[in-house]
Design a protein around this ligand. Structure first.
Ligand code: ADP
Ligand code: MG
Length: 321
């Protein structure tokens, strides 16, 4: 295990030094101070090589994504990220790979003022588990179970891009260079919508992040809330790059069903709708209204220019166990 001592070289820095970390990396446990009047939100996500990222994915992207997907879960609850820990499994020590991995990790921790406070390093197939913890004022968490019929459905940014980026990397489609660069970057370096999550605490009635695809993740809200939805496919926020690469029909299909965009889907009731623009103003992120929650439990009606829209097949990825 000696060579694994090297790990200390890459991770002992922690990325960002926070005052509430009383004992960081290097002891048996980390010790942190909790702010008064805040609750703790805790989430864990594992990425496995060949399953959640391509085996030849750049190390910087792998680390970036591992942190981003966890921060995205915190964002989806409206929590402000504070600390992460990292359990890393590697078959061997590759210093070049580790250096890049650490740089990708610290890029995000510094940006979001999050500190790496500990972890574990083991020998095994390439995989990593990150646990992230963040703060949330009592009774302000954005849950999946609290959407109501009549609420408006919004999504941040654009969807389908990351799925197209993956398809491009796998050689399943083609795009001109500038479009390809954009779409591949959306797949390799997803942006967690942290500021949007905290800004929506008092405005949104429910929220979830898009990891499995817009329809799949929206259906989690609908299921938990006992509702249905009408979605206007022609109103979906789709990037010009995705349109150029796929054409309208496949762009709709990707926007509805491809995963890994890490945008937020949220609902807002009629009363709060007027506050939405103000809430999001400081975040610089655009949210688009794509439909409305209905009382038809479990039923999602897709419309294209007010006519019924039939989705031929999904591109979203469902993990099988
Ligand atoms: P122990 O055997 O007591 O669990 P380790 O040798 O596993 O200690 O870890 C030593 C210190 O380095 C601990 O503080 C641990 O949290 C930290 N650490 C180990 N691996 C990582 C990692 N991949 N990322 C961040 N911190 C790590
Ligand atoms: Mg250990």
């Amino acid at each position: 295990m000696k060579e694994f001592d090297l790990i200390g070289r890459y991770f002992k820095d922690g990325g960002h030094q926070r005052k509430d970390v009383l004992v960081g990396i290097g002891d048996d446990c980390a010790i942190t101070a909790m702010p008064v009047n805040q609750q703790l939100a805790i989430t864990t996500d594992t990425l496995v090589s060949g399953v959640h990222f391509l085996e030849d994915a750049p190390a910087r992207s792998v680390a970036y994504k591992a942190v981003a997907v966890n921060l995205s879960d915190l964002a989806a609850m409206g929590a402000e990220p504070a600390w992460i820990s990292l359990s890393l499994s590697m078959s061997h020590v590759d210093e070049g790979w580790l250096e890049e991995f650490a740089s990708g990790l610290y890029e995000l921790t510094r940006y979001y003022a999050v500190q790496l406070i500990g972890g574990d390093t083991v020998r095994g197939p390439l995989a990593m588990t990150i646990t992230a913890q963040g703060f949330i004022p009592p009774d302000t968490a954005l849950k999946r179970s609290t959407a109501k019929p009549g609420d408006w459905i919004y999504v941040t940014g654009t969807t389908g891009d990351a799925g197209a980026g993956l398809a491009l990397l796998k050689g399943e489609c083609e795009a001109k260079d500038a479009d390809r660069d954009y779409l591949v970057k959306r797949h390799l370096y997803p942006t967690p919508r942290v500021a949007v999550g905290t800004a929506l605490r008092r405005t949104a009635s429910s929220c979830i992040d898009v990891s499995d695809g817009l329809l799949a993740d929206l259906s989690h809200i609908l299921h938990a809330s006992g509702c249905g939805a009408t979605i206007h496919v022609d109103r979906l926020p789709i990037s010009s790059q995705l349109f150029n690469c796929m054409g309208a029909q496949d762009a709709y299909r990707y926007a509805l069903t491809a995963g890994d965009d890490y945008e937020l889907i949220f609902t807002v009731n009629e009363e709060q709708r007027g506050n939405l623009e103000t809430s999001l103003a400081s975040t610089g992120v655009k949210a688009t209204c794509i439909g409305q929650v209905t009382g038809h439990s479990g039923k999602v009606d897709l419309k294209l220019y007010d006519k019924e829209y039939l989705l031929e097949s999904a591109v979203g990825y469902e993990h099988e166990f």
